[in-house]
Design a protein around this ligand. Sequence first.
Ligand SMILES: Cc1cc2nc3c(=O)[nH]c(=O)nc-3n(C[C@H](O)[C@H](O)[C@H](O)COP(=O)(O)OP(=O)(O)OC[C@H]3O[C@@H](n4cnc5c(N)ncnc54)[C@H](O)[C@@H]3O)c2cc1C
Length: 627
Amino acid sequence: MYLSTLITLTLAGAACAKPIKKIKRQTIQDTYDFIIAGGGTAGLVIANRLTECPSTRVLVLEAGPEPGVVANYMYPGGNQNLAGTAIDYNYYTLPQKNLNNRILPYHRGRGLGGSSAINGLYYGRGSASVYDHWVQLGNQGWGWDDLYPLSIKQTHFNPPNLNDSFDHSFQTWDPTAYSNGELQIAFQGYVPDSNVGFIRAGEAIGIPIVNELNNGNNTGVKQGTGCFDSRLRRSSSYDAFYKPVQNRTSLDVLHYASVTSIQFTKGSNGASRATGVSFTDQPTGQFITVNATKEVIVAMGAFNSPQLLMISGIGPQAQLSQNGINPVHINENVGQNLNDHCVFSIMALVEQTASTSSMSVSASTLEAAQQQFLDSLTGPYTAPSGITNGFQQLSNATLRAIGAQAVLNAGLVNQSHVEFLYESLFYPSGLAFLPSSGGTSSTGGTSSSAYYVPQSNLSYISLTASPLVALSRGSVTLKSASIFDAPNIDPNYYSNETDRVVAINAFKDLRKLLAHPAIAQFTIGPNNGEVQPGLAHIPANASDDTIFDYIKANTIPNWHASGTCQMLPEADGGVVDSHLRVYGVQNLRVCDVSIIPRLPDVNLQGPVFMIGEKSAQIIKEDYNLQC
Ligand SMILES: Cc1cc2nc3c(=O)[nH]c(=O)nc-3n(C[C@H](O)[C@H](O)[C@H](O)COP(=O)(O)OP(=O)(O)OC[C@H]3O[C@@H](n4cnc5c(N)ncnc54)[C@H](O)[C@@H]3O)c2cc1C
C-alpha cells in the first residue's frame, strides 16, 4: 500500500503539482522546476538566485538541521566549539599512509548553510591566475574577469569600529572589491597585539603587507577578512542567502531530508535523463520521490556529491559493481582526484594578553567572555581563533632550489604557494584532534601530543603553515550503496614528493616568523617560546627527514576537500563540463566545491560562494530565465 501511494504521487507529479501532504511538518509539492540536493554553501546561493524568477519553483533538500540548533555557530568565539556537534558530519579519513597511518577527523557542515555554518570564518578569493588557469584547462567563462564581478556583487563590507584600543593599521580594504551584496564581510573584533606582530613579521619570509587580498592578488598579508555582519555574527550561506528570501512562494526548503538517490528515465534516444530524487524525510520517516521538470542540481559537497552520483549509477565500473549498483553511466573519474590543503603548526608560550587562550582557562572565564560579547560586542569572544593569514609566493629560484620544479611545470605561477596562519591559541590541540591520546596511536603512528601537552592555565599562539601547491590527489569511494554509510575519504596527503619539500621549507619559515622581533617580543621562555615541537625534538639544524617526522605527526586537514567531480573534459579526468553538466546523462549538474579542477591558493568558501553565483548564472542562461 505504501509503495502504491508513492507511485501514485510520482505519476501525479508528472501531470500537476499537488502538495505532498504526507509531510506534516511542511507541505511540499511533488514537482519542481529544479531540485537542489544539499542546502549548503553553494546550494543556498543557487536557490536564492533561481527563485529571483518568481515563476521558477525550486526545492532544496538538506540532510541536516537548521544551524541554529547549535547557537554557537553564530559567534566568532564559538567557532572552536562546533566540532562534533549536531551540525558536523564528523567524518574520519582512511589511515593516511604518508602520515604514520594516522586517521584524521574530517569536519564537514551538516545543516542549512553546510560548511559555511561551521567553518573558520576566513573569507578570501585567491589569485586571478588560478581561475585563468581553469580556463586554460578547458573551462570557458570561469576566468577571473568572469568571476570577480560576481564576487563583488554578492558581498558587502562592514567597516570596523575604530573606537577601541586595538591597532587598526592593517585593517585596510578596497571598497571597490565589495558592493551591497548579501554576504557580510568584516574584520574580527578583538585583535591581540601578537596578531599585529604576525603581520609585521611576514617580512621575515618575504610576505609583503598589502592593502587588500580580495581583488585578484592573493600574495601578501594584512588583517584578515571574515564572514561576519556588522554585529560580528556569522554570515553563512543560510544567513546571507536563505533567511532573507525564506518567504518566497516559489522556494521550498526542507531540512532533515536526506537525498538517497537520483532518479533517471531513458529517453527515446537511449540517453538517461534525471527526473527527480528520492529522499528520506527524517522527522516522519517517510521515503519520498519528488520530480524535477528541468533539472536536479547536486550540491552536497566534496564527499557526498560523488557519493550520491555513484549510488545513483554514475561512477567507476568497479565501485558500482562492488556495491551492486546498476550502472547509468560509467565514468572512472567520479570520486577520484580528491584535492585538499593540509596544515601543520608550531606552538609558542606567550603572555596572556597576546593570546585568546585565557578565555578558555575555565568554565567561568569562558562564560564571562561570552557574556561580554553578548552585552557589549567586545572581548576575546569577538575573535575566531585565526583569520589573519599571510600568503607567500616563492620565487622560481627558490622553488627550484628546494626541489619543487614540478610546481613550475604545473603552471602554478603568479599565485601564492604557502599560506601562513596565525592562531591565537594552541592549534591543533593533539588531544582534541587525534584518535589516540598521546604516544603511539592505535593505528601505529605518533600523535601530536607526544611533543607537548598544552596546559589550561597557560597562554599560547600557534603559527600554522598550509602548502597551497597540493599536487597530491586522493579519492572518495563507497563503503556501501547507502547514502547513510559515510564514504571512504582518502586525501592521500603527501603522496606527491613536491608537497613534501614545500612543507619542509614552510616549517623552516614558521621558525623564522616566530623569531621575528614583532612576534618574539610576546613569547615566554627560550627559543622564542616554542613549546612544540621544541628544539629538543627538532633541533635548529635538523635534517629534512627529522622535520618531516614532525610534519607527519602534526598534520591535519585545512578542510579544503575538492576536485571529486572535477570540471574538466571527461578524457582529462572530468565529471562535469564547463556548464557543470554531468557527462553521460541529461538534466543533472553538480554545483559545489567538488567541481574545482585546480585548488585556488586560498581558503575555499570565497571560491565556493563564487561557484554558487556562477552556477546560477549559467543555469539561468541555459534556460533563458529572465530575472
Ligand atoms: C571545519 C571547516 C573549517 C573551514 N574553514 C574555512 C575558512 O575559515 N575559510 C574558508 O574559506 N573555508 C573554510 N572551509 C571550507 C569551506 O567552508 C568549504 O569548502 C565550503 O563551505 C564547501 O561548500 P559546499 O557548498 O561545496 O559544501 P557544504 O557547504 O559542505 O554543503 C553541502 C551540504 O550538502 C548536505 N548534504 C550532504 N549529503 C546530503 C544528502 N544525502 N541529502 C541532502 N543534503 C546532503 C550537507 O549536509 C551540507 O549542508 C572550512 C571547512 C570546514 C569543514
